[in-house]
Design a protein around this ligand. Structure first.
Ligand SMILES: [Zn+2]
Length: 367
């Protein structure tokens, strides 16, 4: 893999979208300190907002106050705990089940829900099962970094559509999501754009079209493309708030209280939540799709979510560069035999064949 120049302070590489360096080798993101601007309204404001929604909800005779999309991962486990034990809400966990869920994740869902005394409703995400699988198989014909985003075709659709529908049908007034300010600053969509340094909507559509033409197998079906368009091209993260949304979406860690990593792990472990030992990584290992995506982002670009995550922590002064490098090394170490097995068993793909294609593309690039 090509060696990229890296920021002397936060270690983000020169191929990171929108990056530039000063004469000392420090990047523009280090200067911005962009996380500092974020203001949280606080716990009291969160409680007041919840009370307001409950008071205004017309159906009084109901079983639950809130739903949370429960993936069994670290973040949603902590959110579920907070809703049940800190905010004392009558909460229902809705879990979108799919073919890409490790056994450990299923166990975590069950164990944590039992321990908290929370009911779990399971909905099968058929769109993800079908189009997620076909998209990975199509991607493997011509692997590249930008179209890794198609791996989870149907996932966001499920979260944005199936869970709110469920809440409406069961008269549940609030939907809680675990978004943090960090998630809105990503590289994954930028690298799809025709110009990754200027990720406008037009640039996004043009880049996406260009990649489809380069690998036409990715045009799986009109329905698949339509799901992708809804998920990636239209800014699904920032739908305009409707006047009377039902359910009302609340993002505690985006609008009200900061997300504190150190509290999260100890809390969820006390609820019986465990890492998937086979994955060798604590980082969002709740889903095989994400494991593959993270592996291939790092394989092709030299960085993935972890590098960005730790760069942010460095920007906030919460960790040193040396400690971050150490933790990334430990947490990004996906065993090749697990990757091989997942690719073979779930997608009927061969790890070494994909590897050979990536190598060939790299050699072509160097010439
Ligand atoms: Zn930097």
């Amino acid at each position: 893999m090509k060696e990229y120049k890296k920021c002397v302070t936060c270690n983000l590489p020169e191929n990171f979208p929108g990056i530039s360096f000063d004469e000392k080798g420090e990047c523009c993101f280090c200067k911005k300190q962009e996380v500092e601007w974020h203001e949280y309204k606080g716990m009291d404001a969160l409680k007041a907002r919840i009370q307001e929604v409950i008071d205004n909800y017309p159906v009084k005779d109901r079983q639950y106050d809130a739903v949370v999309g429960y993936s069994g991962g670290r973040d949603s486990t902590y959110l579920l705990y907070m809703l049940k034990n800190v905010l004392n809400l009558r909460v229902l966990a809705v879990s979108l089940s799919h073919d890409f869920m490790p056994e450990q994740t299923k166990n975590n869902i069950k164990n944590v829900a039992d321990k908290l005394g929370v009911e779990v409703a399971f909905i099968e995400n058929d769109i993800l099962n079908k189009y997620g699988r076909k998209s990975v198989q199509a991607w493997a014909k011509k692997p590249n970094a930008p179209m890794l985003m198609t791996f989870c075709t149907g996932c966001r659709y499920g979260i944005k559509k199936l869970i709110p529908e469920y809440a409406r049908a069961h008269n549940i007034p609030m939907l809680f999501v675990g978004d943090t300010p960090m998630e809105y600053m990503s590289y994954r969509v930028s690298i799809v754009c025709a110009n990754p340094n200027k990720p406008t909507s037009v640039s996004k559509v043009m880049g996406y079209g260009k990649h489809l033409l380069k690998n036409p197998a990715l045009m799986v079906s009109p329905k698949c493309l339509s799901v992708q368009a809804q998920e990636f091209l239209i800014d699904a993260g920032r739908n305009k708030q409707k006047k009377n949304p039902n359910p009302v979406t609340i993002r505690p860690f985006f609008d009200y209280v900061p997300w504190k990593e150190q509290d999260v792990i100890s809390t969820i472990e006390s609820l019986g939540w465990k890492h998937d030992e086979s994955l060798n990584s604590s980082w969002r290992s709740d889903c095989y799709i994400n494991m593959l995506r993270q592996y291939y982002y790092r394989r092709i670009l030299g960085f993935a979510d972890l590098e960005l995550y730790y760069a942010r922590l460095i920007h906030q002064g919460k960790i040193t560069k040396e400690a971050a490098i150490e933790r990334i090394k430990k947490e990004s170490n996906y065993p090749p035999e697990v990757l091989s097995e997942v690719l073979h068993d779930i997608y009927n793909l061969d790890f070494n064949e994909i590897e050979a294609k990536i190598k060939k593309a790299e050699e072509k690039c160097e010439k």
